[in-house]
Design a protein around this ligand. Structure first.
Ligand code: SF4
Length: 418
């Protein structure tokens, strides 16, 4: 058992809500549409997080609950049916419609499961309607993906075939590279969830071995297990070491010879370690503080400490699933301070007291910290960027060296002006 120190705190939070994950989910499944049932604030969040699409029809929208709906004066169900019917008439290419709950829909206790059931009856299979919550009362930003994937699981057909299922959204190019590597070591049946088309769902059953690509899919992993799948325990595929251990765990589970795995990965590892050197030179010895936001913090901390030589001041995570994170925790140095949950004021006090070289945090905290002279990295950028796999290790390190480099340049400029 690792000697990390696990602490917990609760208090005021400063994290994006689960609606944010629509930004990467709608790119992954272009035949799906995400209809947020929320307020103008929710619409504003999604628009600003995703940027306004000028040339393409967006694949997300908001059914606005007006004040009279919130006061319970109007029948929100009727209004929602009207919005959905208009949308589907205008957009016949939509195959899966996600109704995404928000704080306002939860406050008025709008039962989206019942709405989805009614619409499924009326649409007779032409479009599948699902629901999940992205509300900030219940979720942080990566949990939206967990909810969306869990909602798809009942639609996955059954199978008894032996197969590998990669679970969690990956950039398409990264997914292709990883799938190809598994095929090279003899694992031929490799599927991904979520798929590239929402209707192209992989089958699931007792022969399925699940390899998680993202650490925030607790509910999805549980539901896949309930369908008979086995979850392969491994660190997550971030950095050279994490990605190697991740692939080796899958290989062991499929009884692939160690020598074949070694021979396949060795050239990649050599190349990646070489590409890491300049970033390692910049990052080694620097002190990093990770505030809780994405649930990717622990694998990132492991990569930054073990492969880049950074010193971990504190590693925050909104939630800690100890079983899923066990392999990661074992790789962290003894006495690493892991803080589950958030009390934003106390955490900021600790940041100011510790004066780290770099803070990983949400966008809302980045500007004030930068104004105080502390370099920051937005957590959300790490979810949007293709950072998985051995080949991506240097790109991942670069994301952390960039703000430090910018900080150095700004300091030099100030010195010249003095
Ligand atoms: S779901 Fe809640 S936290 Fe998220 S944008 Fe809407 S009101 Fe804000």
């Amino acid at each position: 058992m690792s000697g990390v120190s696990l602490l917990k705190e609760t208090g005021p939070r400063e994290v994006f809500c689960g609606l944010t994950s629509i930004v990467w989910l709608h790119r992954r499944m272009p035949d799906a549409f995400f209809l947020v049932v929320g307020s103008r604030t929710c619409a504003h969040l999604i628009q600003s997080a995703a940027g306004v699409m000028i040339f393409a029809e967006p694949r997300f929208g908001t059914a606005i609950l007006e004040e009279r709906d919130l006061a319970g004066l109007a029948d929100a169900h009727e209004e929602l049916d009207r919005v959905v019917n208009d949308l589907l008439a205008r957009r016949p290419e939509i195959r899966t419609l996600f109704l995404v709950g928000s704080c306002p829909s939860e406050v008025i206790k709008l039962d989206l499961a019942r709405v989805a059931e009614r619409l499924n009856g009326a649409l007779k299979g032409r479009v599948r309607v699902l629901n999940y919550s992205g509300s900030g009362i219940e979720t942080t930003f990566t949990q939206g993906e967990d909810g969306a994937l869990k909602a798809l699981i009942p639609l996955m057909p059954p199978t008894k075939e032996t197969q590998l299922l990669l679970v969690g959204t990956l950039a398409n190019a990264v997914e292709d590279r990883l799938t190809n590597l598994f095929k090279r070591i003899g694992i031929q049946k490799v599927f991904s969830f979520p798929p590239r088309q929402s209707t192209d769902l992989p089958a699931i059953g007792p022969g399925t071995k699940v390899l998680l690509t993202q650490p925030y899919l607790t509910e999805t992993a549980r539901a896949l297990k309930d369908r008979g799948a086995e979850i392969i325990q491994a660190p997550f595929p971030l950095g050279v070491e994490g990605s190697q251990l991740w692939m080796e765990a899958a290989a062991r589970s499929f009884k692939v010879k160690d020598s074949l795995v070694k021979e396949t990965l060795e050239p990649l590892i050599l190349r990646a370690n070489k590409a890491l050197i300049p970033y390692k030179n910049q990052l080694a010895g620097k002190r990093i503080f990770l505030l809780p936001e994405s649930q990717i913090e622990i694998p990132l901390a492991r990569f930054l400490q073990r492969e880049c030589g950074m010193e971990l001041v504190e590693v925050g995570t909104p939630y800690l699933n100890r079983e899923m994170m066990q392999a990661e925790l074992e790789l962290l140095p003894n006495n690493t301070q892991i803080m589950e949950g958030q009390h934003v004021e106390k955490q900021l006090d600790r940041v100011r007291q510790q004066q780290p070289d770099l803070v990983v945090c949400g966008m809302g905290l980045a500007n004030p910290l930068e104004a105080e002279g502390i370099s920051t990295k937005w957590s959300i950028e790490l979810v949007f960027s293709p950072i998985h796999g051995i080949d991506q290790a240097a790109d991942l390190a670069e994301l952390f060296s960039r703000p430090l480099h910018r900080h150095d340049l700004l300091n030099q400029k100030q010195l010249v002006h003095v």
